[in-house]
Write a protein that binds this ligand. Structure first.
Ligand code: PEP
Length: 249
């Protein structure tokens, strides 16, 4: 049975003391959610976050990592450095990484391999841009992102993969895909995975939706049968908003 997950991507927000304060607020107000709760603070605050959520049923994820094992890569972070501090989940392929840091599907395939080699779980982000949707090319774009980024994996690897469909036009824009648009794409993705890997893999992979999910639209989006949770940006920065979304699951 696949897992429901609500993950907060904090991006380049929150310094160390703000990270602790937000986590303590989330911990204090968190009930017994019907999903796994994941938070992804910045690299410098990951260890603090791991220590703060210790024993509280909250997973700490990294927002990125480098594909190499280590070496002369100034400013980068290796998988082993993450697992060493207790971070075993990593977000890869976020549209901001693809757009501003030129991360290609081929590079992401490498990063996924490195993460899996270190027994990490990957939240793999992908999604079409507005121009793709306007040309009605969004299914093709998503199919190629998945083929080039993930379809080299073996069937057994999929237990470590979580998918996050994030239409770029809905990220940080306040414009959300309608629940029907989200469901249509999530169903397409699940059927594609079933064709390539079989229905056992497809039925068990969690597919999150991301793109301007807020407390007032989360319930309707999460009610769709192929939406297994969300990847949340802006609304993850306030405990009350984030937990309202968690509780909508
Ligand atoms: C994101 O950055 O992954 C995201 C979904 O952001 P927002 O919720 O702010 O649109």
């Amino acid at each position: 049975m696949r897992k429901n997950i609500v993950a907060g991507n904090w991006k380049m927000h929150k310094n160390n003391s703000e990270t602790v304060a937000l986590l303590q607020d989330i911990i204090a107000k968190n009930g017994t959610p019907n999903c796994e709760v994941v938070v992804a603070p910045t690299f410098v605050n990951l260890k603090t976050a791991v220590d703060t959520v210790n024993g509280k049923n909250i997973t700490v994820a990294a927002q990125n990592m480098h594909q190499a094992e280590g070496g002369a890569y100034t400013g980068e972070i290796a998988a082993s450095m993450l697992t060493d501090i207790g971070v075993n989940t990593v977000i890869l392929g976020h549209s901001e990484r693809r757009a501003y840091f030129h991360e290609t599907d081929a590079l992401l395939a490498n990063k996924v391999d490195t993460a899996l080699k270190h027994e990490m779980r990957v939240i793999f982000c992908f999604g079409e841009e507005l121009k793709d949707r306007q040309k009605e090319n969004h299914f093709n774009v998503v199919e190629y992102q998945l083929r080039d980024g993930l379809f080299h994996l073996e069937k057994k690897d999929w237990k470590c993969i979580v998918l996050a469909y994030e239409p770029v036009w809905a990220i940080g824009t306040g414009e959300t895909a309608s629940p029907e648009q989200a469901q249509e794409m999530h169903q397409f993705i699940r059927e594609l995975i079933a064709k390539v890997y079989g229905s056992d893999v497809a039925d068990n992979v969690s597919i999150l939706y991301g793109g301007s999910v807020k407390p007032d639209n989360a319930k309707e989006i999460f009610s769709k049968p192929d939406v297994d949770g969300g990847l949340i940006g802006g609304a993850a920065l306030k405990a009350d908003d984030f937990l309202a979304i968690v509780n909508a699951m």
